[in-house]
Design a protein around this ligand. Structure first.
Ligand SMILES: *Cc1c(COP(=O)(O)O)cnc(C)c1O
Ligand code: SF4
Length: 334
């Protein structure tokens, strides 16, 4: 008999890490020695299943129910408490769909909802109730959304978003960018992704070859909320993305109990800079149903940013913004 190859003999495959994410909240709590929290899990994960890659869990502190990474992903019964003003489509995206999966809200740039899939499910996510099955661009073979981009010469920037666009297989991304290559008014490609942080295995040679072969300047906007999310594996992936020519920015959501203190925000900016990433936005929470317990009042948010500005060079201070349905850009708050 020929012995099967041992898994360790094969190259690391990001899809396996993606599939092997925790989905059972009780198993996650057990891994962290936090079984006592099981009593606070909402039935059916409040309609938004838990999902968190094992590598991200490895960066959490065992036995700490207030760990800032755990808080971002663990469903809690607080999510079921209704709060006025917290709704399903918090940012008015559903009114701005220009073609299947294409959201055109701001001048010059359109956001392509490439897929509904994410490697991690963030409890505060404003897309937790988004009807992805009907509204994602890959499902329609990209054709209609690419046609809408081609028909609007003012669209100089295409933003791949989701869900997480890097949860698509690389050949799928190649298929999209091959179609975009023919559009002469596209001058920049932007990718909004949390994968380099939560699943750094995704930054593999195939992805890097795709990126470095693109005809446009590429901006990759990652999403980290706390310095503890960035470890050596994340550093390596980010360095590889920069090596492939991507400019790296970060967006953060201001979250109560995660990063709503000056030391956490300063520490994050410092850590991002060390990883070669410039802070971009600090978002006030979108008021989505189930996320009210993460909200930080505007007054406190402004005070935090003022204190951060007192401690860091201006280029390490992210812009505090809120997304307001119907406005021409994100609204600056500080
Ligand atoms: C945030 C966002 C953008 C990008 O806005 P920038 O200010 O350029 O970062 C574009 N489209 C949509 C729908 C957005 O929500
Ligand atoms: S879209 Fe971004 S914030 Fe929302 S669940 Fe996916 S990774 Fe998290």
């Amino acid at each position: 008999m020929i012995p099967a190859a041992t898994p360790s003999a094969q190259p690391a495959d990001w899809r396996r890490a993606f599939r092997e994410a925790y989905r059972d909240p009780v198993a996650l709590l057990r891994a962290l020695d936090l079984e006592s929290l099981a009593a606070r899990l909402p039935p059916d994960a409040a309609g938004f299943p838990l999902r968190v890659p094992r590598g991200f869990v490895a960066r959490m502190r065992r036995g700490d129910p207030r760990d800032p990474l755990l808080r971002q992903v663990l469903p809690l019964d607080e999510e079921l408490r209704p709060r006025p003003g917290f709704v399903d489509d918090a940012v008015g995206d559903l009114d701005r769909i220009a073609a299947p999966g294409l959201i055109h809200k701001y001048a010059g740039r359109a956001l392509l909802v490439a897929t509904g899939s994410c490697a991690v499910h963030c409890r505060y996510c404003f897309r937790r109730h988004f009807p992805y099955a009907e509204a994602n661009a890959a499902g329609a073979g990209w054709r209609e959304s690419v046609a809408a981009i081609a028909a609007d010469p003012a669209l100089g920037e295409v933003i791949l978003s989701g869900g997480d666009p890097l949860s698509l297989a690389t050949p799928k991304l190649v298929e999209l960018t091959d179609q975009l290559r023919g559009i002469s008014h596209v001058r920049r490609l932007r990718i909004h992704t949390r994968l380099p942080v939560v699943l750094p295995e995704r930054v593999d040679p195939e992805l890097l070859a795709w990126l470095s072969g693109l005809p446009w300047p590429v901006v990759v906007v990652i999403h980290a909320n706390h310095a503890q999310e960035i470890d050596a594996t994340v550093d390596a992936g980010l360095a590889a993305l920069a090596g492939a020519g991507a400019r790296l920015l970060n967006q953060t959501v201001l979250l109560r109990g995660v990063n709503d203190d000056v030391d956490a925000l300063v520490g994050l900016s410092e850590r991002l800079f060390d990883a070669g990433v410039m802070p971009y936005y600090l978002h006030q929470l979108d008021r989505v149903r189930g996320a009210a317990h993460f909200e930080v009042p505007d007054r406190r948010a402004r005070a935090l940013v003022r204190d951060v500005r007192g401690r860091l060079p201006g280029y390490l201070v992210p812009k505090l913004v809120r997304e307001v349905a119907g406005e021409a850009a994100k609204r600056p708050l500080a």
